[in-house]
Design a protein around this ligand. Structure first.
Ligand code: HEM
Length: 457
């Protein structure tokens, strides 16, 4: 245990601050061990709001066996994410949760090294490959809707999770549905489950053990695929092939190991976030059928059975609804960093080594920024109201600054492609008055899976 603690304290060469170094900050742990963590897991937003009422914008707390400093409000998001003075490490911030299984992914890199990798990876998100991804998505969505039509009452969350997994195997890896895709999906699910497990060591029989084995399986598979894809004369139309051929302006390419690390991380970054936000969006649409109708009118004006790349930007109403879903239940409600150089925020000194956390989830519910923040009201994003412009970081579900989500446009495209087909074919219904209970962290999901019924139009 001591060894693990020590290496975690010195991750990436950055020391981790303990209680003594944070003594000058307000906030105290509960007298009952683990109570703070349990309360936080049950209701992260509620406990954050209470702590804000008790201590203000900056306070310390002990959750998940670590001390960390919460910095609340849009100015905190801006200071930490824009990071003008290079005070914060994303690598060390995410280390505890992600390093064993998703090591050396983009969020686990800092500063110049991060910038160099991000530049190469951006090649895979340019318009030409994005067009290809959309074609793959459209086919997969169409097929799945045919299946849903045959059994139209189901729990939405597990079904959309399966669909985003299947689309992931196709779009990210170029592997169509079948036994290989199923094995990949299972390995990936095991990895993600391990990344959020409480026991962090790979003890046989426990989640981390399965997760480490799954990573090995995927790494071996990716290794074999790299040889095949690099050998092809022109890159294939999937993201993996793009990364195998991607070059920076200076002609630098990724090594095999770097491709393995990035691919592994990309699948994780893309999957549960999109699943979660699509679930929120569908719940909101089912509860507010007038918005289904508005999107349907928009889709009818665009025309066609599938969304084309040229028409993605025309789905303005769908975009507003998606933005509102991301505001109300952001998939990444808290963003961690480790302080690498002491700094001051609102007159309070935060020492080097402190884990800090900023919270889009909290900011999205601030009445100072949003009218009736708990109300579903997509028109708050309309040009004449533009509540998201009340502060540069009033709305930040994709983060901001150097680490801002690389897949943001990809996510918009996938969600719009899904809404385009779904709402053309079906009315989505839930029981009147139904409201799901959510597990809010690590990534929000409805506890009962969100029972829905699709009615053919
Ligand atoms: C609704 C869906 C999504 C949400 C809400 C979301 C949210 C985020 C957030 C908040 C971050 C920044 C974390 C930080 O600063 O520490 C991030 C980073 C990232 N996301 Fe997303 N994401 C989504 C979908 C995707 C998709 C579909 C992909 C890939 C196709 C993707 C790839 C990435 C990558 C590679 C990073 C790391 C960027 C970097 O470190 O430079 N994300 N995402």
């Amino acid at each position: 245990m001591a060894v693990v603690e020590q290496s975690e304290n010195m991750v990436g060469g950055y020391h981790r601050a303990g209680e003594a170094e944070l003594a000058h900050l307000p906030g105290k742990p509960s007298r009952i061990p683990l109570k703070g963590t349990i309360d936080f897991i049950k209701d992260p937003l509620g406990t954050t709001m209470q702590a804000h009422a008790d201590y203000g914008n900056v306070y310390k707390s002990r959750t998940f066996m670590q001390w960390s400093v919460s910095m609340l409000g849009p100015d905190a998001l801006e200071a930490v994410l824009m990071d003008k003075e290079k005070n914060f490490s994303s690598r060390a911030g995410w280390h505890h949760m992600l390093s064993r299984l998703f090591s050396d992914g983009l969020m686990l890199r800092d500063f110049d090294d991060h910038r160099a990798h991000r530049k190469i990876m951006q090649v895979a998100f340019k318009p030409a490959p994005m067009k290809d991804y959309l074609l793959r998505m459209n086919g997969g969505i169409d097929q799945r809707l045919d299946e849903w039509a045959k059994a139209p009452a189901f729990n939405f969350y597990p079904q959309i999770k399966q669909l985003t997994l299947d689309l992931g195997a196709s779009v990210f890896l170029g592997i169509d549905a079948g036994p290989e895709a199923r094995k990949i999906n299972q390995a990936f699910v095991d990895e993600v489950a391990a990344s959020i497990s409480i026991v962090r060591r790979p003890v046989p029989g426990l989640k981390m053990y399965k997760g480490v084995k799954a990573r090995q399986f995927l790494s071996d598979l990716f290794g074999r695929l790299i040889e095949e894809r690099r050998g092809a004369e022109t890159p294939g139309d999937d993201m993996f092939s793009q990364l195998c051929h991607a070059e920076s302006d200076e002609g630098q390419m990724l090594t095999d190991q770097e491709i393995i690390d990035h691919m592994n991380f990309l699948l994780m970054a893309a999957h549960d976030t999109t699943t979660s936000s699509l679930t929120t969006m569908i719940w909101a649409l089912a509860a507010h059928p007038e918005w289904q109708e508005r999107i349907r009118r928009e889709v009818a004006e665009i025309g066609g059975e599938h969304l084309s790349y040229e028409d993605v930007a025309k789905m303005d109403v769908a975009e507003r609804v998606f933005k509102e879903a991301l505001r109300m239940i952001p998939p990444v409600p808290f963003i961690p960093r480790r302080v690498v150089r002491e700094f001051e925020f609102e007159g309070i000194r935060i020492p080097a080594g402190a884990n800090v956390s900023v919270s889009p989830g909290y900011v999205h519910m601030m009445p100072e920024l949003w009218t009736e923040p708990t109300k579903f009201d997509p028109d708050r994003f309309s040009p004449n109201r533009a509540e998201d412009r009340n502060h540069r970081f009033a709305w930040a579900p994709f983060g901001g600054g150097a680490h801002k989500c690389l897949g943001m446009h990809f996510a918009y495209m996938q969600v719009k492609a899904f809404a385009f087909q779904l709402l053309q074919r079906f009315e989505v219904k839930i029981e009147p008055g139904y409201e799901p209970k959510w597990a809010r962290i690590p990534i929000p999901k409805p506890l009962d899976g969100l029972p829905v019924k699709l009615e053919k139009l």
